[in-house]
Design a protein around this ligand. Structure first.
Ligand code: CU
Length: 505
């Protein structure tokens, strides 16, 4: 289990000369402080709120008044002042190494999800037994593969339950996976089985290319033309690998893991660049095949579960590295009101159709008994520079002139019938592409209409885009309406911006 959040608090006897929000300040408020000031509408878990009230907080702590009964030491007060003087730097977390070390030494967890390539033959046999078992269950049985997969979209409640491109995306899918794993455990003899993951930066796992993991046949109609007898479909395996490389899914994953805050890790939320986890997830869906490209039916392809266990693993890895494995730690990484609200406003904490609430899934190990074994081959791990579109003026920054961000914005996705790819072309040749995962009738999806207008960010070497004619093409999966190039006018006349990126030293 990760170290307790408060264990990373700065020294009470020696002031920190160069404190940051992520490294020091967020650890200085106790749960009591947070509850107490919360009554007075000051949210001490929020960077913005603490910055806005910093003068008042400093006045109280320097006068020895706060917190009541156990005021801050002189060193803490000085640390806080140093942070104010430096212009409230956000910095990066320094507690992650503590958290990771503590994790390794922790007591064994009940559900260890493994890299599918690390499974031993008896483990594969058990997993096959569990999948075959739920696939054989009557489609009215809540533990049947049909009911479980159907919760994602069709036939359950199209567009009402499943959360994508919104703050609840990661929490909702964590609960979804747990329910599926419980269904697998309902098969006699499989009470201990766990759902492995496919590290998508490695080739398509061989074990998923044969029954029962290669396909599923619908036992009854689910709507939208998916009728009884429909067999889930994938592209040819070499095509899948070429697609994943073409979308640079690995690049998006590495960029996401380099981010310090919730919005940038997910991407797209709060108008952040769309080139991190949700982009990698969408492009992954689009890479794998006709069934996985369509949210209506994606969860019926058995690869969906191994694919999504991997996104949940990455979410947990990011949480661990950010010391955001409990609610309080997670809240300190959240910057926007909409994201914070799903963890703090009771009615927004529910995740239909699950009984678990968003706040229940934050600590995967402690609350859900779920942990992940690291991937077998960490081939693709690379250090990604923390490039930003804007930087704090209080700190020196550099302009990186060898990289640019090409942003295609203002795409009204509700006008596009189903999932689509956005290509950036130079002299007619695609140089970068991204996929967007959405249902055929996005305008009827209550989650989709919350963010009708979407954008795509391509971080590229300047050399890749200069001295050539650039163009953008939006290619729907379903080309029967307008062909391979969706007309700009029909989707709100998207715009293109190119900007240099900045970074702090
Ligand atoms: Cu998905």
């Amino acid at each position: 289990m990760p170290a307790a959040f408060t264990s990373s608090a700065p020294s009470k006897t020696t002031p920190v000369a160069d404190p940051t929000w992520y490294g020091d300040i967020r650890y200085m408020f106790t749960d009591t402080d947070i509850a107490h000031m919360g009554n007075q509408s000051l949210d001490l878990t929020s960077y913005d709120a603490v910055v806005a009230s910093a003068n008042g907080i400093y006045g109280q702590v320097s006068a020895g008044l706060m917190p009541p009964g156990s005021p801050w030491s002189a060193a803490w007060t000085q640390t806080f002042l140093n942070w104010m003087v430096a212009g409230f730097p956000k910095g990066t977390d320094t507690g992650s190494k503590v958290a990771v070390a503590a994790l390794a030494a922790a007591a064994p967890v009940g559900r260890i999800r493994k890299d599918i390539n690390a499974l031993q033959p008896p483990e594969i046999a058990l997993l096959k037994q569990a999948f075959s078992g739920i696939m054989a269950k009557n489609p009215t049985d809540p533990n049947s593969y049909f009911v479980q997969a159907g919760l994602h979209w069709l036939p359950a409640h199209p567009g009402l339950w499943c959360q994508h491109h919104v703050p609840a995306y990661n929490p909702w899918h964590r609960a979804f996976l747990l329910g599926f794993e419980n269904a697998l455990r309902s098969v006699p003899g499989c009470e201990q089985v766990t759902l492995p993951y496919w590290d998508i930066t490695t080739p398509f796992p061989d074990v998923l290319k044969s029954a029962p993991f290669d396909a599923y046949t619908l036992p009854q109609d689910i709507g939208q033309g998916y009728n009884a007898g429909y067999v889930t479909k994938r592209f040819a395996y070499p095509t899948i690998e070429a697609n994943l490389a073409g979308f640079n899914v690995t690049g998006d994953i590495n960029r996401a893991l380099s981010k310090n805050n919730w919005e940038d890790f997910h991407g797209l939320l709060d108008n952040r660049p769309n080139n991190t986890i949700i982009s990698a997830h969408d492009s992954g869906h689009g890479s794998i095949g006709p069934t996985m490209s369509d949210p209506n039916a994606a969860a019926f392809d058995p690869v969906f579960w191994f694919f999504h266990a991997n996104w949940d693993r990455l979410f947990w890895q990011w949480q661990t590295e950010m010391n955001a494995t409990d609610l309080r730690g997670l809240l300190t990484t959240i910057e926007s009101a909409a994201s914070k609200a799903i963890f703090t406003v009771s009615v927004l904490e529910s995740m239909t159709p699950f009984t678990l609430k968003t706040v229940d899934i934050v600590d995967s190990v402690k609350s859900l008994d779920v942990d992940y074994q690291p991937p077998q081959a960490r081939v693709a791990e690379m250090k990604v520079a923390k490039l930003q579109q804007s930087a704090f003026a209080a700190k020196p920054f550099r302009v990186k002139t060898d990289m640019v961000d090409v942003c295609v914005s203002g795409i009204n996705r509700l006008k596009i019938p189903g999932s689509f790819t956005v290509h950036l072309l130079k002299d007619g040749q695609p140089i970068a592409s991204r996929f967007f995962f959405q249902p055929t009738e996005a305008e009827k999806c209550s989650t989709c209409v919350q963010n009708a207008t979407v954008h795509f960010n391509f971080e590229l070497p300047l050399d890749a885009v200069k001295d050539g004619q650039l163009s953008v093409q939006v290619e729907p999966v379903d080309k029967s309406f307008v062909g391979a190039n969706f007309p700009s006018k029909m989707m709100g006349n998207p715009k293109v911006d190119v900007r240099f990126l900045l970074h702090h030293d």
